[in-house]
Design a protein around this ligand. Structure first.
Ligand code: NCD
Ligand code: ZN
Length: 441
């Protein structure tokens, strides 16, 4: 049982729109992939001889957008320990369906990924599936308990591409300082889930007019901003690489922008849902909209979009957080936070880019080259000589978000039963086809 299938000997794209800002590409061109390797890119690359070749599979038309395959910095695949929500197989299938060739997975599994053994087990399992590549993120502290640092050298050697206590914040300034110093010696990026837990106890949603109206305890913006501000100072003092997970507030954006302008090694990511939804979605007490950090206000959404556009926010990360009906079909206060995301990036965000609401070049960069750099991975690119790692989007094909179309085991998304135009129809990772709309999955 594998996800990846060998590509046909010849795959030809003619007159498609190819977008790869890091190769200076956005135009109607041809692309040829031979035995899983990109061999020709450019106008006229698909010669009549190639097009006549026996066994060639041909895609044509500028309604097809071809981009480098995506790289997710933040997903929860739940294996080991909570396979009823998702496992590595279903998670990587969802990733492939979403256009991803690389997925960095958070350590809040059961047990927590705080050791070489867990990291290695994840990598092995994923490798055997020949699908999108899985890159573990190790814990910062043992058991994500916030006090004792993990053996980061071991984690890195076993394949970890960063460290994070995601789901929990490293609250102690002393521990965070030591974590940054320690991670720096191994050239690992420290990824923070920025939440001052003392300020968010019992919170169900963003603190604002709507939480007051609904009578729900709120999660104030400042609980995120305080941690980001402190961490930026610690990053400056230690010279370590610091990355903010799922930025949600206009205040954090301001702090990150200022830190970058002073040359501090800080990077940041934003989720598709924080770019598209506000706390107004909670008015019906929909548990699918309960997420950590919470959905904020329109002013935050506007600030996040502007920060993504100008590069202050480097990357788009899904924070794919599958939960079953056990954790979601209940009262809001009892529900676990999180929503699925891997399969929603193209439907949600490329539609916005098509309408001019997001700059397309930045969107592609934020899903490919920038996250690759942050995780220390070689970026997928539409370049001759590279093993094919591509995402093909059919901008005219629609997708309804439901059980029949979603590969993830969980369906916790407020976009359930909605139909979007524009969906991924082919994904290649490491030269193999990992998702193909025309083949039964
Ligand atoms: C995440 C989860 O379910 O693991 N939930 C969430 O709402 N984002 C944890 C996290 O990233 O905070
Ligand atoms: Zn988190």
């Amino acid at each position: 049982m594998t996800i990846g299938k060998n590509a046909p000997p010849l795959l030809i794209f003619t007159g498609v729109r190819a977008i790869d800002p890091n190769c200076g590409l956005d135009g109607e061109i041809d692309l040829v992939i031979e035995a899983g390797v990109i061999t020709r890119v450019g106008k006229g690359a698909a010669t009549s001889e190639l097009l006549r070749a026996e066994g060639a599979r041909i895609f044509s038309g500028n309604h097809l957008w071809v981009t480098p395959a995506f790289v997710d910095l933040h997903a929860h695949l739940r294996e080991p320990g909570q396979e009823y929500k998702e496992d590595i197989l279903s998670g990587l299938r969802a990733a492939a369906h979403g256009g991803f060739a690389h997925v960095c997975v958070m350590p809040n599994t059961r047990p927590v990924n705080d050791t070489r053994a867990v990291t290695e087990a994840m990598v092995e399992r994923a490798r055997s599936l020949e699908g999108p590549a899985l890159h573990p993120i190790g814990a910062i502290t043992v058991g994500q308990k916030g006090s004792e640092l993990t053996e980061m050298a071991d984690l890195k050697e076993a394949g970890a591409v960063g460290v994070s206590d995601d789901g929990r914040c490293v609250t102690s300034s002393a521990v965070m300082r030591r974590a940054l110093e320690y991670a720096r010696t191994f050239d690992l990026t420290v990824i923070q889930h920025a939440e001052d837990h003392a300020l968010t106890e019992g919170a169900q949603m963003h603190e604002g007019a709507i939480s007051t109206r609904l009578g729900l305890r709120g999660w104030p913006r400042v609980a995120e901003d305080i941690i980001v501000a402190r961490d930026v100072l610690l990053a400056e003092a230690t010279g370590a690489r610091y990355h903010v997970a799922h930025v949600s507030t206009l205040g954090s954006v301001r702090i990150i922008r200022e830190a970058k302008s002073r040359g501090i090694a800080v990077t940041a990511e934003v989720t598709p849902h924080h770019l598209t939804l506000t706390d107004a979605s909670l008015i019906g007490y929909d548990t699918a909209c309960k997420v950590n950090p919470p959905l904020r206000e329109q002013a935050d959404v506007d600030a996040l979009r502007a920060a993504l556009a100008d590069g202050t926010i480097d990357a788009i990360a899904t924070d794919h957080a599958p939960h079953s009906s056990l954790e979601k079909d209940c009262e809001l206060a009892e529900a676990s936070p999180g929503m699925i995301g891997l399969e929603l990036v193209v439907p949600l965000l490329f539609g916005m880019a098509k309408n001019g609401e997001l700059p397309l070049a930045r969107l592609v960069d934020a899903l490919t080259a920038r996250p690759s750099k942050i995780a220390g991975l070689e970026a997928p690119a539409l370049r001759e000589g590279k093993r094919a790692e591509i995402c093909v989007i059919d901008t005219t094909r629609s997708i309804t978000i439901n059980r029949a179309n979603i590969r993830s085991k969980s369906l916790n998304t407020p976009f359930l039963n909605q139909t979007f135009t524009g969906t991924c129809v082919l994904t290649m990772a490491a030269g193999k086809i990992v998702f193909d709309q025309n083949l039964p999955q």
